[in-house]
Design a protein around this ligand. Sequence first.
Ligand code: FES
Ligand SMILES: [Fe+2]
Length: 337
Amino acid sequence: MSFPSAVRDAWHMVALSRDVGAGTVRKVTLCDTPIALFRNDRDLGALIDRCPHRNYPLSEGRVHRGALECPYHGWRFAPDGACAAVPGCAVETADDTRLRADALRVAERHGAIFVTLSDTAPAEPPLPPDFGNPDLDHFWWQQGTWEGRAFDAIENVMDPFHTNHLHHGFIRRRDRRLPVDLVVTSHGDGIDMAIEQTQPDLGLMSRFLERDRQRSVSRYYPPTTVQARWEGQTRLTLCVTAIFTPATQTTFTPFARFSTPRGLAPGWLKQAAIRMFLAPVVAQDRRALALQHGVITRFGNPQFTSGPGDILGNRLHRLWRGEVLERGQDAKVRAHL
Ligand code: FES
Ligand SMILES: [Fe+2]
């Protein structure tokens, strides 16, 4: 099994800027490809984690004189992959293409580092709305690499029905539900589900953090981004952009960016409250995805049955594979969440 080319060839978030300070090297894995990410005083570099000389992992090296130094013989590579030096040999190396390391395109936006493995990816990593909106308070949350498939994690966040059970008491309740209308809109290159309701959810989180609720919308931006927005009577309450970067076929690295309107409460307080309420929810999802992955692995080729609540059907998977959907809106579906 390999990744669809629409996934492999896209831009992917691989690290938080704050985790790759000047002079540091970080090993990341993207779609089964190990990468040595490093930063000198000016630039970021993303090199395939393989020294072209004798195949030593470059991520074991250090940043020295503005270049990534391989620990084996000390060859140094600039962020663009050019060989800056072969120690002990008084020869000019920078223009010798045989000595180059494989460099990937890298971009840094709003505290996030993006890399693409492909030459065909667009010039810029595409960003969802409000990702850099200066009128909102933003913070990042990253919790390492998780067991499971990135696609299953995307399906998990796009699926409201699991919240009553897996997150009973925190988000919604399994013993008391609210009537809601679900509206699915296909945008061709993405899809969203709006949940229309007349009051906030019955779980703890909404009771503490939300005053009113009209609707929440989760939109999938293929291949790896889901943005969920909670809207009150008059304005946005919370926007969460979740990015599920496939590390390997069986692991992924989730990044979440929380954005809230300025002025409701100080940024640090909102951050502390959101982290406190969401930590158990995130742990529940992490465990569920690992268990699900265990079953998939045990039984081999996964078989999924879509029930009446799975109203997105196979559309998420078609988008993941790079297909374009027909635009339009489904009829409203009445449900209880
Ligand atoms: S293997 Fe990297 S310098 Fe020789
Ligand atoms: Fe969940």
